[in-house]
Ligand binder design. Structure first.
Ligand code: HEM
Length: 464
């Protein structure tokens, strides 16, 4: 009897304890005017459900609470907005106290970069970035982009390759060469090893203990900074002039503003460019290969467009700006890939003060997850939304639509948009005009929280 009473007491105590824990967050974050929703466990909130269920988590919550709801994910209380109108409003109104609110690991390791600053500082840093990677610059960058892409794709014939690995290498190496044209080969391996650790650190839990990815990420950030500082020193001491981004950062004075970047800011800019254009460009390229493999009629049209360009040029003649502009179907393939694979699920903002949005009062310091994924599958905007249909982009109307948020919007609209599209397009140009390919088969591609092939995506490649 005594044993039974002990067991029952323990069960009741355990039940009450769990109940109390679950209520803890609800009580801690209860405020008048907040959107409906649940806050989950202390500290962890609903992060594990969010990561496990992914888009289903969002859909279930929306079914229960509507397009705007509260939760606690990634270490912070948050409001999730799946309302296209409100999402657009948030992106266009940073000035009203809706600044970027990226997770702690990212902010800690990336430092005081463009995503961490706002107001006038953001404007200077962004203008400087635009002068390095913005649309007018793509024209100048194209010949080198073309050359690097040819070299990279030159020896894939009769090989089985992991296209995930290759597109990651492509995205990083091509960018790195554009930054430090003269020195890249002498520092690349050492730098890439450190940068990969830095990258993993930014997407891991912020637990600063030896052995954790977050800890490795911090160490890697220091090493990346050291390598770049040495590189800058060597470049300053050198009499030779180079035509690359580092040269522009070190020697050019921006005449449109009186602002001159200091060395720390220059290093931050280089890390930002490498970081922002890495997974976005590589994943889009990998997924384009996947969709083209599965849709031969789209591959056929892409080949026709790109062969037509090759046929009017000499063998070694690089793609130029006019070629790029004429590649309308290729661009449509890039957009459709970004939409269907949802390379970016949404963007994060943080409130600088209490703010009222759609009648709800969001407290100061809360995260707002501007969840744009569902817009990509809106059947009104994109009829048959789960079908890969690049032709839907051809008339250009969707690109100028209010809800075209594949590259963000407002003052944070991706400054590397055209460069990103140019990289994926140049990659596809050489890939589809040089090779045909077959999947090795049986490999999975997951779409959440990141688009990736956990065991690689292997294809057998042969020259056409
Ligand atoms: C397919 C390729 C790409 C996609 C889909 C993409 C997407 C995005 C999105 C959605 C944002 C908005 C983030 C926010 O609002 O918080 C953004 C911002 C940004 N992107 Fe990209 N991006 C791509 C390529 C690139 C490339 C190649 C670079 C640089 C070389 C780049 C640099 C940046 C930077 C620096 C920002 C922050 C802008 C700011 O805070 O003002 N992106 N990108």
């Amino acid at each position: 009897m005594a044993v039974l009473i002990t067991v029952v007491s323990l069960v009741v105590f355990g039940f009450l304890f769990c109940f109390f824990l679950l209520k803890w967050n609800e009580i801690k974050y209860s405020r008048k005017g907040l959107p409906p929703g649940t806050m989950g466990w202390p500290f962890f909130g609903e992060t594990s459900e969010f990561l496990k269920q992914g888009p289903e988590f969002m859909k279930n919550k929306r079914a229960r609470y509507g397009k705007i709801f509260k939760t606690h994910i990634l270490g912070s209380p948050a409001v999730i907005s799946m309302d296209p109108e409100l999402n657009r409003y948030i992106l266009l109104n940073e000035k009203k106290g809706l600044i970027p609110g990226y997770p702690k690991s990212m902010v800690d390791i990336l430092g005081n970069n463009i995503a961490a600053v706002y107001g006038p500082t953001h404007k200077y840093i962004r203008n400087n970035l635009l002068s390095l990677v913005g649309t007018p610059l793509v024209k100048n960058l194209l010949p080198k982009l073309d050359e690097y892409m040819r070299i990279l794709l030159s020896d894939w014939d009769c090989k089985t390759i992991d296209i995930q690995d290759k597109t990651m290498e492509m995205a990083f190496l091509v960018q790195f060469k554009q930054i430090a044209e003269a020195e890249w080969s002498s520092i690349y391996d050492r730098f890439k090893t450190e940068f990969d650790k830095l990258y993993v650190g930014t997407i891991s839990l912020p637990i600063y203990l030896p052995g954790t990815n977050y800890h490795h990420g911090f160490k890697a950030r220091k090493n990346v900074t050291k390598i770049l500082a040495e590189l800058m020193e060597r470049r300053r001491a050198s009499a030779a002039t180079c035509d690359d981004m580092l040269e522009h950062l070190l020697r050019d004075v921006d005449t449109s503003t009186t602002y001159k970047l200091n060395d720390v800011e220059i290093i931050d800019q280089i890390v930002t460019i490498l970081y922002s254009g890495y997974e976005t460009v590589s994943t889009t390229s990998m997924m384009a290969v996947k969709y083209l493999h599965d849709h031969p009629e789209a591959l056929q049209q892409l080949r026709e467009e790109n062969f037509a360009i090759r046929n009017r040029k000499k063998a070694e003649e690089p793609l130029d700006w006019d070629d790029l502009k004429s590649m309308q179907f290729t661009r449509s393939v890039v957009y459709e890939t970004l939409r269907l694979a949802t390379v970016i699920n949404g963007v994060l903002r943080k409130t600088t003060d209490h703010i009222t949005l759609n009648g709800f009062v969001i407290p100061k310091g809360w995260r707002i997850y501007v969840y744009t994924r569902e817009i990509n599958y809106d059947p009104i905007l994109y009829p048959e939304p789960f079908k890969f249909n690049p032709w839907r982009w051809l008339d250009g109307k969707l690109e100028s639509h209010n809800y075209f948020l594949l590259f963000g919007g407002g003052t944070r609209l991706c400054p590397g948009k055209e460069l990103g599209v140019a990289k994926v397009s140049t990659f596809l140009h050489y890939f589809v005009t040089t090779y045909r390919w077959e999947e090795v088969g049986g490999e999975e591609i997951v779409k959440f929280p990141r688009v990736e092939a956990p065991n690689g995506y292997h294809i057998n490649v042969k020259k056409i």
